[in-house]
Design a protein around this ligand. Sequence first.
Ligand code: SAH
Ligand code: MG
Length: 212
Amino acid sequence: MICYEYINEYIRNTIKKSEGILKELEEFAKENHVPIVHPEVAKLLQVLGILKKPKRILELGTAIGYSSILLSQILDTDGKIDTIERYELMVERAKDNIKKAKLEDVINIITGDALEVLKCLNKQYDIVFLDAAKGQYPEFLPECLRLLSPTGLLISDNILYKGMIASDDLVVRRKKTIVKRLRFYLDTLCNSEDLETSIIPIGDGVALSYKK
Ligand code: SAH
Ligand code: MG
């Protein structure tokens, strides 16, 4: 938890419970320790989506397909999502879930390591949702920016990393490298001439970067 427990609880209680497939996936994720977007981040994505009406979304880190299915709800008419996942077991689960949600024509899963896959992509995306290995964010960044259309939005999840990014006292030794890389990543985002970035302390920390 990166903000006061009571504030978090308050915000969470303002959010309506999900239904249908999203509810099912939330339960599955909880039981199986799959790290899906937190409800308050899901809400932020929904509001941003209404503002942006994206035609194309690129996601790094599909897991069981929860955020892809959520993001499909904010697409403009005929909009599409490309989502990248390297872990076969997750790809299979995501495929099943996306089929169940009847979104096979909307969500395209690309199997492979995001770093490799990104290099082969050439479309322009209105939203890039970065939610794969946190230690790789600095390496993903140039490719994400190349694929992001002007006036596009880069949304980076988990950037406060359980608070470790903002306080050395919280950093556990085995996470030192990831923390260093995430701090560097945020530094790069915030100092880029091409981006306007806002860091939001909800969920596990979200960075919104608007491409000028
Ligand atoms: N976006 C999902 C959660 C993703 S969890 C949601 O909110 O519902 C992070 C996922 O990224 C994991 O499934 C992991 O296997 C995948 N991942 C991590 N590093 C990756 C990489 N370099 N390339 C592709 N997938 C990666
Ligand atoms: Mg995440």
